[in-house]
Design a protein around this ligand. Sequence first.
Ligand code: ZN
Length: 201
Amino acid sequence: MNERASGRVPTDEEWAAIAANDEEANGRFLYAIRTTGIYCKPSCKSRLPNRSNVTVFDNAGQAAEAGYRSCKRCKPAGERLPDEEWVRLIAEYIDAHYVEPLQLQTIADACHGSPYHLQRTFKRLTGVTPTVYLQQARLQAAERLLQKTDWPIAEIGQEAGLPNTAYFITLFKSATGVTPAEYRKNFAAERSSNDNEVTNR
Ligand SMILES: [Zn+2]
């Protein structure tokens, strides 16, 4: 467990807010109790823990990553979506933004989570990392464009979020077994042979 994941020592101000169940401090930080493995909002009315057992996090994601469970009483993660819903939103975000140069951090910022938590949750529910999902979305977009347009390969890559043409071709070939140009040729040949079958009948 790294230092960030284990939280930090509460400041005097934070401790005072915890002791006073200060509603005003909600949203500024969360505190977790090492002995119970639970994390709370500053305003939680639960019994005041021993200060030495308290560790502070900036948000629910960090506390969850560090292995703490949210308090049933103050529901510090109450505003958080269920994981299935969250992962669906992440996938939708990627589907809508694959053309942009997306980093894991960008996706995490847009979807309100830490990159680590997002990566882990997404992989657990979908079987692939967000990065692999993004790559698949780009390759599928490229396939659609190769089927439907006669745009140059470089432009297809650009529109699929893979503006480095050499990289696009390499990636496409490693995923499909053929280059984008070959893919287009094969698709056209297949379609015209299908057309012929229809007309010959
Ligand atoms: Zn609580």
